[in-house]
Ligand binder design. Structure first.
Ligand code: NAD
Length: 484
């Protein structure tokens, strides 16, 4: 049903109760390729009625076969989902690239393999989960049993569409829940295929449902009394709206929100390593990774060397056709986002910033391309330094002391991730312990182990996912006490 040729998009319909369906009112919107502005297909535009239909299917299925299935069998099916993703890797990678504008090699080596790994990992991990138990002298034995939460809404953004959707879908299913997915309206294609893959792998109908659409569709999930939990990744402001709408039904919420992450280069850094990785942490996926280190702080002793080398390497990056192997920077995801990123370049100009590279839309491009941009000379309170731009744009500031940089690093409402470069072990531990962020990388970036807690503090999120943390969110505990 969703199978298509290379380089063409698919029409995206909702997936409810094991079938692809149109919107009840027949509404659709157009999906286009941001790298070419060409139409990729139509997308069903979900309204509250469509979301309610999907919730009803998920609610009907929630105490059914999936929840009751022996753990080994459920694990085997989830493993099969991972296998089928890998079998369809080329097709999924192409769809992801057409939808987002990201380089095809990146979809093939990061997005889609990681989506498969999410399923393989949680299929294995679920079989290792034990339970808490306490013997209270000779009085009682207490033990806690885990149960699925019920119907879980999964609301996702456009930057790593399948990777992030499966990051939630796999543990939600492993824990025995039923789900309604709401992918971003900007990148609907791979979620459409994953629904079919789940059925092909043997997940019973009604367990995995999907509704396309805009904020209205997401809001209908938050509003519903029949959705027991929402796992959301997206902008902080949307998280606030979801929290407000979820309050009357007191849903469980897991939020992975925005970030404005520091990348700190100390005098003792291995500069070659720091430069090579900073190229990735600045411009991978066009800078559209929530973990990107877009605030770069460089200590005085290595400032000139680091900046010169980073500028030289940035100028060598190939921008252009996402399908070409040599492309490092593709197009940003949409016209709206392109205009947002360009507006920050205007702000940087007004704030007297100096562009060492980029600072402009890529000339003569067929789509929404922006040259990788390095800005210096801005004040620490510049909007470009403080606000999430989420594009191929970084700012660099010079610092002299640890105290000075720590103060600036933590002077933000965000707290998602931080990277630091130092070969001084004591300094590494000292600074890492002081940074207000959910994740701190020392001499590396974006190195993930799915067992570790992932998430942000302050306005970057609520809760952690990954390994046992995911199971804590996607399950409820009942403590049972037996009098001895
Ligand atoms: P967004 O918040 O605009 O949209 C995310 C999803 O929420 C979309 O599916 C959208 O349709 C839906 N939505 C919009 N309004 C809604 C409402 N009122 N109720 C319910 N759902 C609603 O985010 P985006 O622009 O798609 O993604 C970029 C953002 O995501 C950035 O801020 C980035 O930092 C963040 N992000 C965070 C992480 C993380 O792990 N912390 C990972 C990736 C992206």
């Amino acid at each position: 049903m969703t199978q298509k040729n290379n380089q063409t998009g698919i029409d995206c319909r909702h997936y409810i109760d094991g079938k692809y369906v149109d919107s009840i009112n027949g509404a659709v919107f157009e999906n286009s390729n941001p790298a070419t502005k060409e139409k990729l297909g139509t997308v069903a535009k979900g309204s509250k009625e469509d979301v309610d239909k999907a919730i009803t299917a998920a609610k009907r299925a929630k105490d059914g076969e999936w929840k009751k299935m022996p753990m080994r069998e459920r694990s085997k099916i989830l493993r099969k989902v991972g296998d089928l993703i890998l079998e369809r890797l080329d097709e999924l990678a192409m769809l992801e690239t057409l939808d987002t504008g990201k380089p095809l090699w990146l979809s093939k080596t990061l997005d889609i393999p990681r989506a498969a790994h999410n399923f393989h990992f949680f299929a294995d991990y679920m079989t290792t989960i034990g339970q808490e138990s306490y013997q209270q002298d000779e009085v009682a034995l207490h033990y806690a049993v885990r149960k699925p939460v019920g119907v879980v809404g999964l609301i996702n953004p456009w930057n790593l569409p399948l990777l992030l959707m499966t990051w939630k879908l796999a543990p939600a299913l492993a824990a025995g829940n039923t789900v309604v997915m709401k992918p971003s309206e900007v990148t609907p294609m791979t979620a459409t295929v994953i629904a079919e893959i789940c059925t092909d792998a043997g997940i019973p109908k009604g367990v995995v449902n999907l509704v396309h659409g805009f904020g209205e569709a997401g809001a209908a999930l938050s509003d519903s009394q029949d959705v027991d939990a929402i796992a959301f990744t997206g902008e902080t402001i949307t998280g606030t709206a979801i929290m407000k709408a979820s309050a009357p039904s007191l849903k469980k919420l897991s939020f992975e929100l925005g970030g404005k992450n520091p990348n700190i280069i100390f005098d003792s850094a291995d500069i070659e390593d720091a430069v090579e990785t900073s190229i990735r942490s600045s411009f991978l996926n066009q800078g559209e990774v929530c973990l990107c280190g877009s605030r770069v702080y460089v200590q005085k002793g290595v400032y000139d060397e680091f900046v010169d080398k980073l500028v030289k390497r940035t100028k060598e990056l190939k921008i252009g056709d996402p399908l070409a192997d040599e492309t490092f920077v593709g197009s940003v995801v949409s016209e709206e986002h392109y205009n947002k990123v360009l507006s920050y370049l205007e702000i940087a100009k007004e704030e007297q910033g100096t562009f060492l590279t980029g600072g402009r839309a890529t000339p003569n491009a067929p789509g929404y391309f922006i040259d990788p941009t390095i800005i210096v000379g801005l004040d620490k309170d510049s909007r470009c330094v403080r606000e999430e731009i989420f594009g191929p744009v970084i700012t660099i500031l010079l610092f002299e002391t640890e105290e000075e940089v720590l103060k600036q690093v933590n002077d933000t409402t965000y707290g998602l991730a931080a990277t630091m470069w130092t070969q001084d072990l004591k300094q590494a531990h000292r600074i890492a312990a002081e940074i207000e962020a959910g994740i701190v990388w020392i001499n590396t970036w974006f190195l993930r182990d799915l067992r570790t807690p992932f998430g942000g503090m302050k306005h970057s999120g609520i809760g952690r996912e990954g390994g046992a943390h995911s199971f804590d969110f996607y399950t409820e505990l009942t403590n049972i006490t037996v009098k001895l």
